[in-house]
Design a protein around this ligand. Structure first.
Ligand SMILES: [Mn+2]
Length: 424
């Protein structure tokens, strides 16, 4: 479904006076307001196709109704989010869940919705119906060459499908690892995985990137073959210039200093992409910014500082994606909240007084350094983010309009109460 433009206009008109009051107050405090707004307008976050349905846990799943039944409907849902916030202009596909039988048609649906295709994701963490070999003991690390070859062929097929829809990156997340000590020879598992990744890398078009995503634990609970940023960096360095590390916020051991990891990967030119989410205990896949908003700000602070140091384009030089799951919320509402949290953290990072911070660091003035960061973090930038949305043609309050228009009710009417989207 689409929301009629006049409904967005009416919504904005009703909120305009309050918005302008907040914006005027804020813009008086900030230098270069228009430059910041332009950066916010340009910044787009990819929406994962697998997060458009209600997620579940290994204990159960409680679908909410009106979930997309096809790839077309997934793209329409992202188009709807983008219509509301103008910051969700890309979808990240997961193969085989999102295999497009008619890529030209799928590209046309995406174009109608103003959506482009972000990184495509392969899947060797599950066995698919009719699959010859099982991934029970891993895919690219597997002791049996036939299993490894099946995983390599699948990834090359994902690249082929990505090319057909106009994507330009492959994300490889491997669940490979071991559950018990002694199960795996770590060095051999690494070497076999590297060998497989090299074959996949060789199939990448010139303008493509490969993102090597790491994860500390789960589904394997003793070792993971791409378990942390060091292992991912080893793989991406050995593979070559088109390979990068992808940081998923939920894939670290507790209390890891993710902002430091980001800073160093950027310094080495090896940070390729991001999966945003939040967590309390592990890979909880919770709404971005719902648990640790200060950490998210600190990560964005390093991203902005590190990207500026390398003269990178904030909007286009890294892959920005959400990777989350929604067990109890309406997935579309959750995604609106997630994108808003990302935009708020990005805006706050743009406000950091970098000269003052650098001077404080040079003077060992710890108190001032903290003050500089917290001055930005404690600034309520919501009117700034809303101003960017307004300028781009979105809604001043996307979530409020989503609810006022009874979007979920309409989707349930269109698609049924018992639909269940493919995904996690
Ligand atoms: Mn991820």
């Amino acid at each position: 479904m689409r929301i009629a433009q006049h409904k967005i206009d009416d919504h904005n008109q009703a909120l305009m006076a309050a918005h302008q009051r907040a914006f005027q107050y804020l813009s008086g405090e900030i230098d270069h307001v228009q430059d910041i707004i332009q950066q916010l307008v340009a910044f787009q976050v990819g929406i994962p196709s697998w997060a458009l349905g209600t997620g579940g846990t290994r204990f159960g799943r409680f679908p909410g109704g009106g979930e997309p039944r096809s790839l077309e409907e997934k793209i329409e849902d992202v188009g709807l989010l983008h219509q509301l916030n103008q910051s969700s202009g890309a979808i990240s596909l997961h193969i085989p869940w999102d295999t497009a039988n008619n890529p030209a048609h799928i590209k046309a649906v995406a174009a109608q919705n103003g959506i482009r295709f972000d990184a495509v994701n392969s899947n060797t963490f599950q066995d698919q119906p009719g699959q010859t070999h099982s991934y029970k003991f891993g895919s690219l690390q597997h002791v049996d060459k036939a299993v490894r070859q099946q995983a390599i062929d699948h990834n090359i097929e994902v690249i082929r499908q990505g090319i057909a829809v106009g994507s330009d990156a492959l994300t490889v997340w491997l669940s490979d690892g071991s559950c018990f000590p002694g199960q795996l020879n770590f060095r051999q598992a690494f070497q076999r995985t590297l060998e497989g990744l090299r074959e996949i890398y060789a199939a990448l078009p010139d303008n493509w990137k490969m993102f090597v995503e790491y994860k500390a634990a789960e589904p394997n609970f003793y070792s993971t073959t791409v378990g942390d940023w060091g292992q991912s960096y080893l793989f991406s360095s050995k593979l070559g210039p088109k390979a990068y590390t992808l940081v998923d916020l939920g894939h670290h051991l507790p209390n890891a200093n993710i902002e430091q990891i980001v800073a160093l990967l950027l310094m080495e030119g090896k940070l390729g992409g991001f999966h945003f989410n939040d967590s309390k205990y592990g890979d909880d896949d919770l709404t971005v910014g719902s648990i640790k908003p200060y950490q998210l700000f600190l990560i964005f602070n390093e991203l902005v500082e590190g990207m500026d140091a390398r003269d990178m384009n904030h909007a286009t030089d890294l892959g920005w994606m959400i990777d989350a799951s929604h067990n109890v919320k309406d997935p579309l509402e959750d995604l609106l909240q997630s994108v808003e949290a990302i935009m708020i953290s990005y805006a706050q990072a743009l406000l950091v007084n970098r000269k003052k911070l650098l001077a404080a660091q040079e003077q060992n003035d710890v108190v001032t350094a903290q003050e500089v960061l917290q001055q930005a973090f404690r600034t309520d930038v919501r009117a700034l983010v809303a101003a960017a949305r307004l300028q781009a043609g979105g809604a001043l309050n996307p979530l409020a309009l989503y609810r006022a228009e009874k979007v979920r009710e309409e989707l349930i009417r269109e698609r049924g109460a018992k639909t269940m989207a493919t995904g996690l």
